[in-house]
Design a protein around this ligand. Structure first.
Ligand code: HEC
Length: 353
């Protein structure tokens, strides 16, 4: 699958074309058994995740470039929750918000329509002033393990379609916090318009025929509020899906979240992490990341992995890791305890949203 990484390709509906790349990804997985395990895990958990399904509407011709076009506005949007980035300093200081998303697939392009409330637009960048911006994030290998939501992680890169209110439209790639690079092949078209307290933005790119579904995530920056770079609001991974109405897969969470919360204190998590009602609330971002929105932002498989293998994805916060032989080792001890304790802790973490 090459939606985000390839240059605007020739569109062909032949089945060999669309099967080529997934086959390659599957072969990679076959070589690395743990990846296959990770794939199973993320698929299994993505069924339970509370992320929204965004239906992708197939249309004749191409999606409208004008974000206020009735061709867009008559389509029902899906509301996606956004959380302030608080994992790594500097943290965003806003609360929860949301963005409305519509998606269309034309003959050659895929387009996403984002809509959000903003009382006052910030269109220009000057010294000390920032412009409003939005990004759509894709895993470069959607068949493999889901990348870390904050710009991917080593071995799991992401591609971003970036729009900024000063007229910028860019294709970016990243493989973890602080690794953002501009791609030479632009190919992203983006157009935004602000009216009556609403931003509406269309981002589009030529893509090859699509598989059934893609993971996708969103980020917004409010320039007026000083948001830029890592100071942003972001969503969890969502699923862009062909056909069918949007559904929100809220399933029963296994485990006992109330008991999980008590375990946070008993098992020492409370000493390093802040979360609502933590009796020992450490100063924000001094030891471990703030977990206030952990369940809203992170895929359940990622939370599970954070407990099992904290050093697999290490956040670049100052006090989060020590260097050993050039490797970053998380200061968080791997969780060792009963299966019940683990399930209850995860149940509590997932309820944080
Ligand atoms: C000694 C301090 C410490 C303790 C104790 C600790 N953690 Fe952590 N935790 C961290 C640090 C530092 C990170 C970030 C580095 C990393 O990715 O491992 C982290 C990362 C996490 C993450 C991923 C958060 C994100 O935003 O990516 C979760 C979830 C988590 N911890 C949960 C727990 C739970 C549950 C416990 C108790 C069983 C616990 N932690 C105990 C320090 C700690």
């Amino acid at each position: 699958m090459s939606l985000p990484e390839n240059p605007p390709p020739q569109i062909s509906q032949s089945s060999t074309d669309s099967k080529n790349i997934p086959m390659r990804s599957l072969l990679i997985c076959a070589n690395l058994r743990h990846l296959r395990f990770a794939l199973f895990f993320s698929l299994f958990y993505s069924l339970l995740a509370a992320a929204a399904d965004i239906p992708l509407l197939r249309i004749e011709g191409e999606p409208a470039a004008d974000p206020f076009s009735p061709a867009w506005l008559k389509q029902a949007p899906v509301a996606v929750a956004l959380y302030p980035q608080v994992s790594v300093p500097p943290a965003a200081k806003t609360g929860k918000s949301s963005v409305k998303v519509r998606a269309q697939r034309g003959a050659t392009t895929l387009a996403l329509h984002l809509e959000w409330a903003d009382r006052k637009p910030a269109k220009q960048r000057r010294i000390g002033a920032f412009a409003d911006a939005a990004a759509v994030q894709w895993p470069q290998r959607p068949q493999a393990e889901l990348p870390f939501i904050g710009m991917g992680h080593r071995g799991a890169p992401v591609t971003l379609w970036f729009w900024r209110a000063d007229g910028t439209a860019e294709l970016l790639a990243a493989e973890g916090f602080g690794t953002l690079t501009k791609q030479s092949d632009a190919g992203v078209l983006a157009r935004g318009k602000w009216k009556n307290g609403l931003w509406r933005v269309v981002l589009s790119r030529a893509v090859e025929p699509s598989p059934e579904s893609w993971p996708v995530a969103f980020a917004l920056w409010n320039g007026e509020g000083g948001e830029r770079g890592g100071v942003k609001r972001l969503s969890a991974w969502q699923t862009l899906r062909f056909g069918g109405p949007g559904t929100t897969g809220k399933a029963m969470l296994p485990g006992n979240a109330a008991r999980g919360k008590r375990l946070m204190s008993e098992r020492g998590c409370a000493a390093c992490h802040s979360y609502p009602g933590n009796p020992t609330q450490p100063t924000q971002l001094t030891i471990g990341p703030d977990l206030t929105y952990a369940g809203g932002l992170h895929a359940p498989a990622y939370l599970e992995e954070s407990l099992r293998e904290p050093s697999k994805i290490v956040l670049p916060c100052r006090s989060c890791f020590v260097e050993q032989n050039g490797q970053r080792i998380s200061i968080m001890p791997p969780f060792e305890g009963s299966e019940k304790d683990r399930t209850d802790l995860l149940s509590y973490l997932r309820s944080l949203r």
